[in-house]
Design a protein around this ligand. Structure first.
Ligand SMILES: [Zn+2]
Length: 306
C-alpha cells in the first residue's frame, strides 16, 4: 500500500507549506525511482498523470521503491502562477540545489533537493507547456557522467524528441535534472501538454511513459515495450525578446526550420513597427510562447538543434 506522507516546509509567514507525497516499498526494496510533477503548478497534464499513476497502482506491481510527489510547488498550484513561486516570483526549476539561507524559493528548493533528490537512484520530473506556452512533447537529459543511463530513461519514456543539454552553452542552470545528474543521479525532464490545459491525450502520454520507465528500471513488474524511433538533439537555442512587445509565432510547434527562416514577428502594441525574428541556425521548434504578450528578455522560441 502507498503511504501518504507530508513534507512540511517553513512558509513565508511562519506557517508550514505542506507538500503531500506517496511512498511505495521500503529502503530494502529494489531500485528507487522518484517522480515529480507540478514543479510548475499550472502544468496540469503532468500533475494529473502523477495522480492517476498513484491511484491505479496495484500493491503487487511495485517491486522496487517509488516516491511520487504530484504537486511539488503547491503554492504555485493554488495561486495558478505560470513558471514561478508566487511568494518571490522565482522559478523553482532554476533554484536547485537550493540554499537554506536564500530567498523563499531557494529555501524551498533546498528542502525538496535534500528530501527527494539527494538519495534517490533515478529522478523523473514531469512538466508540460505552461499557461502562455505551446509545446511539442519532448524529454531532456543532461551531459554528465551518468548520461548514458539518463538517455536510456528518456528512450524508455517513448517520446520522439529527446534533447541532450550540453554543459557548454547551457540555457538554464539549477534544474532538477541538471542538479541530480551533477551528483551522479540519472534524471530526465519529460514534457507533454501545453497552455496549462488538462488534455487527456497529454496525460495519457505521460502515464504511458512513466509506467514504461518504471518497468524498464525494475521498479514496477511487467514487461516494458520497446522504445519507439526517436530524434536526438544536441542542445538548444532559446530565442528571447530584445524588448517587450506583441509576439506572433510563424509556425506550429514540431516544425523543422532552416537558418534564416522566419520564426515570428515582434511588434509594438500600436502596430506601428514590427521586427522579424528569424532562426539563427537549423533546428526544430519544440516550444514557444503562444501568448502575444512578451516582456523584455522573455522567451519567444525554444529551438532544438540537430
Ligand atoms: Zn515546467
Amino acid at each position: 500500500m502507498a503511504a501518504k506522507q507530508i513534507l512540511s516546509i517553513p512558509g513565508p509567514d511562519g506557517s508550514g507549506v505542506e507538500v503531500p507525497y506517496f511512498e511505495f516499498g521500503t529502503s530494502n526494496s529494489g531500485p528507487h525511482l522518484t517522480v515529480f510533477a507540478g514543479i510548475h503548478g499550472a502544468e496540469y497534464s503532468s500533475i494529473a498523470a502523477a495522480k492517476q499513476f498513484v491511484s491505479e497502482l496495484k500493491d503487487d506491481e511495485v517491486v522496487g521503491r517509488l516516491t511520487v510527489v504530484p504537486i511539488v510547488n503547491v503554492l504555485s498550484f493554488w495561486a495558478r502562477t505560470a513558471f514561478v513561486v508566487p511568494v518571490d516570483n522565482q522559478n523553482l526549476n532554476r533554484a536547485f540545489p537550493g540554499n537554506p539561507q536564500g530567498s523563499f524559493t531557494d529555501i524551498y528548493a533546498f528542502q525538496i533537493f535534500e528530501k527527494f533528490i539527494r538519495n534517490t537512484d533515478y529522478l523523473l520530473d514531469m512538466h508540460a507547456g505552461d499557461i502562455p506556452e505551446s509545446l511539442e512533447p519532448f524529454t531532456i537529459f543532461e551531459e554528465s557522467s551518468v548520461e548514458a543511463k539518463s538517455l536510456a530513461m528518456a528512450k524508455s519514456y517513448g517520446i520522439k524528441h529527446i534533447v541532450r543539454q550540453r554543459q557548454a552553452g547551457l540555457v538554464v542552470a539549477g534544474s532538477t535534472s541538471a542538479t541530480a545528474a551533477a551528483i551522479g543521479i540519472p534524471a530526465i525532464i519529460a514534457e507533454s501538454g501545453e497552455n496549462g490545459i488538462l488534455d487527456p491525450v497529454a496525460v495519457e502520454r505521460h502515464l504511458r511513459g512513466l509506467r514504461n520507465l518504471a518497468r524498464t528500471l525494475g521498479v514496477l513488474n511487467g514487461e516494458p515495450f520497446a522504445g519507439s524511433p526517436n530524434i536526438l538533439y544536441d542542445g538548444w537555442n532559446w530565442l528571447r525578446a530584445e524588448s517587450a512587445g506583441w509576439w506572433q509565432p510563424a509556425h506550429k510547434t514540431g516544425t523543422d526550420v532552416k537558418a534564416g527562416d522566419l520564426l515570428g514577428t515582434l511588434g509594438d502594441v500600436w502596430g506601428d513597427s514590427q521586427t522579424e525574428i528569424r532562426a539563427p541556425q537549423d533546428g526544430t521548434v519544440l516550444f514557444q510562447t503562444s501568448s502575444p504578450a512578451v516582456s523584455e528578455n522573455g522567451i519567444l522560441v525554444g529551438l532544438a538543434l540537430r
